[in-house]
Design a protein around this ligand. Sequence first.
Ligand code: RTP
Ligand code: MG
Length: 148
Amino acid sequence: MEKTFLMIKPDGVGRGLVGEIVKRIENKGIKIVGAKLMTVSEDLAKTHYGEHSEKPFFGELVDFITSGPVFAMVLEGENVVEIGRTLVGKTNPAESAPGTIRGDFGMTVGKNIIHGSDSVASAEKEIALWFKQEEIIDYNLVTSTWVY
Ligand code: RTP
Ligand code: MG
């Protein structure tokens, strides 16, 4: 089954939005198979956002993501990478539709509440970077019967 990586950024955790965001994920029918509150080292931040290392905002992005705890999650479900990005909304909250997490809670691109893997390949890389194998739990979610 497809997996993706979502991470509530320090602004989302600091504003007390973890429960609201987890509720949206559960309500959608997505299975949470890994979750942890954690601080992010500079190394981890730089590796995670490596594709942006030449961008002018890279330093700010690394400072931001290491500035407080994040809530990291591995999610599982059919087509969950694309569905996860749809729940998250567009990169810039100004372009994110109401009903999406960034559309409902974000104001600026620099503090946009949550990260979501942008492809199956990125999801695989990011899950391996952020989670140990034993932190990902295989179990049955009863509601799956009614979702698929
Ligand atoms: P993310 O990786 O965090 O899920 O965001 P994304 O795919 O929607 O957007 P991406 O292009 O990967 O950008 C990564 C993060 O960099 C920050 N950013 N700042 N100041 C700027 O113009 C700018 N552009 C991007 C955002 O916080 C974005 O989430
Ligand atoms: Mg991205």
